[in-house]
Design a protein around this ligand. Structure first.
Ligand code: COA
Length: 273
C-alpha cells in the first residue's frame, strides 16, 4: 500500500508526503470507506471516501494503465458518495496539469482552492516565545487534556474554509498518535490556544494551530509557533512545516512573521453531487 503512495506522491506532489503510519491513520479514520486495487498480488492503488466528503485516489504510476486505474478509483469514489448522499466531494492534487488534475477534471471536479506548504529551517538561534501576562505553556497530557484540545480545535476552526466538525473519536484517531504532541497555552484552567504537532517525512509538522476567538490578536499564535520550532529542534528536526489555505491571509502573514516561506503548492478539487 505504502509503496503505491510513495510512487504516486513522487510523481503528483514532487515528493513523499506521508509516513506509513500517516497513511494507515488516514485510512482508519472512523467513517472512511476504502477500496484497494491489486495487480498480481501487489497493491497498485487505493481510494477512500470520508463521512464529510474527503476523497483520495492513489494509482501507482507503474501500474499497467495507471490513468485508467485512477479513473476507475474516481468512479468508485463517486458511486460511494452518491450512495451515502454526500453533497460534496473534496480531493487533493499537486499543481501539475498533466497529473491527477486532468483526471479529476474529466470526472467533473473543479479546482476550488490553492493551499501552500510553508516551512522554516531550524538552524541558528530560535526565537524565545513571548506570552501575554498570566498566560503560560503547560505540558499536554492526552488522558486529561485531549477533550479540551478537541473542543478548542472545533471552535477555533468553525466556519474556516475546508474544516469539518468532527466527533472526538474521529479527531483523536489521527491527532493523538504515539508521536503526537500539543503545545497548550492556558490562563488558569482555561485553554487559550493550541498547536498540535507531530513528525512528517523527517520534518517537524504543525497539524492544527488555533487560538480561542476571544483571545486573538495578543500574540498567542506567534508564541505557539515559536514553541513548536523549539520543540522540533530539540527533537532533532531541521525543519518545521505546515499547510495553509491560500486565502487565509491572516494565517499566512503570521507564518511569514515567524520566518516561514512557501515551499510547495497543493490544490483542492471539489465536485458537487
Ligand atoms: C490564525 C490564528 C491562529 C492567529 O492567532 P492570533 O493569536 O490572533 O495571532 P497573533 O496575535 O499571534 O498574530 C501574530 C501576527 O500574525 C499576523 N496575523 C494574525 N492574525 C491575523 C489576521 N487575522 N489578519 C492579519 N494578520 C494576522 C499578524 O502579523 C500578527 O502580528 P501583529 O499583530 O503584530 O500584526 C487565529 O486567527 C485562528 O485561530 N484562526 C482560525 C484557525 C486558523 O485559521 N488557523 C490557521 C490554519 S493554517
Amino acid at each position: 500500500m505504502y509503496e503505491a503512495n510513495v510512487a504516486y506522491d513522487l510523481r503528483e506532489m514532487d515528493g513523499v508526503e506521508l509516513d506509513p503510519e500517516d497513511v494507515d491513520a488516514a485510512l482508519a479514520v472512523a467513517g472512511n470507506e476504502v477500496v484497494v486495487a491489486e495487480e498480481c498480488g501487489r497493491v497498485v492503488g487505493w481510494a477512500s471516501v470520508g463521512r464529510s466528503g474527503e476523497a483520495e485516489t492513489v494509482a501507482h504510476p507503474g501500474a499497467a494503465d495507471a490513468d485508467d486505474l485512477q479513473r476507475r478509483l474516481l468512479a468508485w469514489v463517486l458511486d460511494r458518495a452518491r450512495a451515502r448522499r454526500l453533497p460534496l466531494l473534496e480531493h487533493w492534487a499537486g499543481a501539475r496539469p498533466d497529473g491527477a488534475a486532468r483526471l479529476l477534471s474529466e470526472a467533473g471536479f473543479s479546482h476550488a482552492r490553492t493551499m501552500w506548504r510553508m516551512a522554516r529551517r531550524l538552524d541558528g538561534a530560535l526565537p524565545e516565545p513571548v506570552w501575554p501576562p498570566a498566560v503560560q505553556v503547560r505540558p499536554f497530557d492526552p488522558d486529561r487534556g485531549a477533550h479540551a484540545v478537541w473542543d478548542l480545535v472545533q471552535r477555533g476552526f468553525a466556519g474556516t474554509f475546508g474544516s469539518h466538525a468532527r466527533p472526538f473519536e474521529e479527531w483523536a484517531s489521527y491527532s493523538l498518535g504515539p508521536q503526537s504532541d500539543a503545545v497548550c497555552v492556558l490562563a488558569g484552567q482555561q485553554l487559550l490556544g493550541v498547536a498540535t504537532r507531530g513528525p512528517r517525512t523527517g520534518e517537524g509538522h504543525v497539524n492544527q494551530l488555533t487560538v480561542d476567538p476571544a483571545q486573538r490578536g495578543r500574540g498567542i499564535a506567534l508564541g505557539l509557533l515559536h514553541e513548536c520550532f523549539r520543540r522540533d529542534a530539540a527533537d532533532g528536526y531541521a525543519v518545521t512545516s505546515l499547510t495553509v489555505d491560500g486565502e487565509n491571509a491572516g494565517a499566512r502573514r503570521l507564518y511569514e512573521k515567524a520566518g516561514m516561506a512557501v515551499t510547495k503548492e497543493y490544490r483542492r478539487w471539489e465536485r458537487a453531487l
